[in-house]
Design a protein around this ligand. Sequence first.
Ligand code: MG
Length: 205
Amino acid sequence: MDTRIGFGWDSHAFKPGVPLVIGGMRLEHHSGLAGHSDGDVLLHAITDALLGAVAAGDIGTFFPPNDPRWKDADSSIFLNLALEEIQHAGYGIVNIDTTLVLAAPKISPIAGDMRAKVADLLGVDLDQVSVKAKTPEGLGLDHVAQAHAVVLLERVRDPEDLKSMSAVVQSQRELEDIVEDLLTQVHGVPKRRTIVPAFDTEDIT
Ligand code: MG
């Protein structure tokens, strides 16, 4: 299978006097999100979406809320574990779409920064991440923040191939020989390539 999809959802209640952390960003607000960890509802939903996409359980499987090690934990730890799980399964992220549902604070002025922060935490480009926000109209849930996340994954090159390749390639010279062999097979004649230095060493004054 070349692609897989994952969905994650989370909610946390607001609690006065607690720092508000969403999408890995500390936001100015009179209340934060109550939780055993830092309560980052968005990173929790993304973590569950990633784990769900490779059927690796959920955030509670790896980080039980009764474990004192995860008290006030930075939720990027959870995200990193989920990234390792999808990499171990041989997949990479195509894109992630998320929706936050909360009455306050307003997310739209900082949605761009939050998107950049999440992309940075995931190690992907900005255009692979979407962060949207809505207010919970008619739900009577102004005391709660919710997050929904959908992720699409695609299979990356066979990690075993990469492993055997790295075992063979001991030097840049050997890598060049392998590439030349491949080019010879394709074109029928050896193609000499000119190695261009990364910068002009005479020009760094
Ligand atoms: Mg949570």
